[in-house]
Write a protein that binds this ligand. Structure first.
Ligand SMILES: *Cc1c(COP(=O)(O)O)cnc(C)c1O
Length: 287
């Protein structure tokens, strides 16, 4: 099984050239940045661990990836949510559906107060130091590619949730990493960085307006469909739509000499999570 070394493709979107690191293609079941973040747990042995406990939303990409990890490792997986929408319980779809099929036990309510030695606790969204292990491998793949192609003036962009992926990419790369906040605002994202590292933070691009995570926005759906049409690549609706809006606006604001840069976008997966989002978007805007 291959869980590293995703391809880098050249694309053209709205008459601008980009390269895309296709981490969505890493592996059909274990892909995107969650595969990078949990790689440490995948390839190392944990003889004492029997169970993983985590928490977050009932549609989260991290939840699904942990269910795959636990299945591969033969670990029990207990996941805590505040609430699961009744429509999802009645008609399971996307991450929720497939995580249940992988054997996830889901609980509504508070996390247990303490964990025994056989339990591995994974904080929400995989914001952990151990994530740096797999993200360094991602950084090295990018460095290899720049060497092979003699690229010196590179800018990298990826949208952030907890900011863990962008932060560690910046740590291991000699190029500027740009990001934007998709969960919470720019201040929240900076606080997230500070929890893991002291300095050397990615550059946070400001958003045009305030967006609430998980809400539907017409412009998110539009750019998602436009990408599919122009490039045949499916991007995630929660992070990538906002990411591309920010990144495109930033590039359009650059002066001519800065336009000589090569732009690399990191596709962080999340396509299974799209199944439930697309259903909501179709219902709202395609009727
Ligand atoms: C989890 C996720 C993110 C956010 O990653 P962080 O490391 O928490 O910033 C971005 N895009 C997709 C598709 C994700 O699944």
């Amino acid at each position: 099984m291959n869980y590293t070394n995703s391809p880098i493709e050249k694309i053209n979107f709205n008459n601008q050239e980009y390269f895309v690191k296709r981490d969505d293609l890493l592996n059909p079941n274990f892909s995107g940045n969650k595969a990078r973040k949990f790689y440490y747990y995948l390839i190392n042995d944990f003889p004492n661990i029997k169970k993983v406990i985590s928490h977050g939303s009932s549609q989260s990409n991290a939840m699904y990836s942990l269910s795959v990890l636990c299945k591969l490792k033969n670990w029990q997986f207990d996941y805590y949510v505040e609430h699961t929408a009744s429509f999802l319980k009645e008609n399971p779809i996307g991450n929720y559906k497939y995580a249940l099929e992988n054997g996830m036990n889901i609980f509504e309510g508070k996390l247990p107060d303490s964990f025994n030695k056989e339990t591995l606790f994974i904080s929400e969204g995989g914001a952990l130091k151990e994530a740096s292990f797999g993200i360094e491998i991602l950084a090295n793949e990018i460095k290899e590619w720049t060497k092979e192609n003699n690229i010196k003036n590179l800018k990298i962009f990826l949208p952030s949730g907890t900011g863990t992926t962008a932060l560690y990419l910046q740590k291991y790369l000699p190029f500027e990493v740009l990001t934007c906040a998709c969960v919470g605002d720019e201040e929240y994202l900076k606080k997230q960085f500070l929890q893991l590292e002291k300095d050397n933070f990615p550059t946070i691009l400001r958003r045009e307006k305030k967006y609430h995570f998980g809400k539907l926005y017409k412009e998110f759906y539009e750019i998602h469909k436009e990408f599919k049409k122009q490039t045949n690549i499916e991007f995630d609706l929660l992070y990538d739509s906002l990411g591309w809006l920010c990144f495109e606006k930033h590039i359009n604001s650059l002066k001519n000499e800065e336009k000589n840069y090569i732009f690399l976008y990191i596709h962080q997966g999340g396509v299974i999570g799209n199944l439930s989002m697309i259903e909501r978007y179709k219902y709202k805007y395609d009727n």
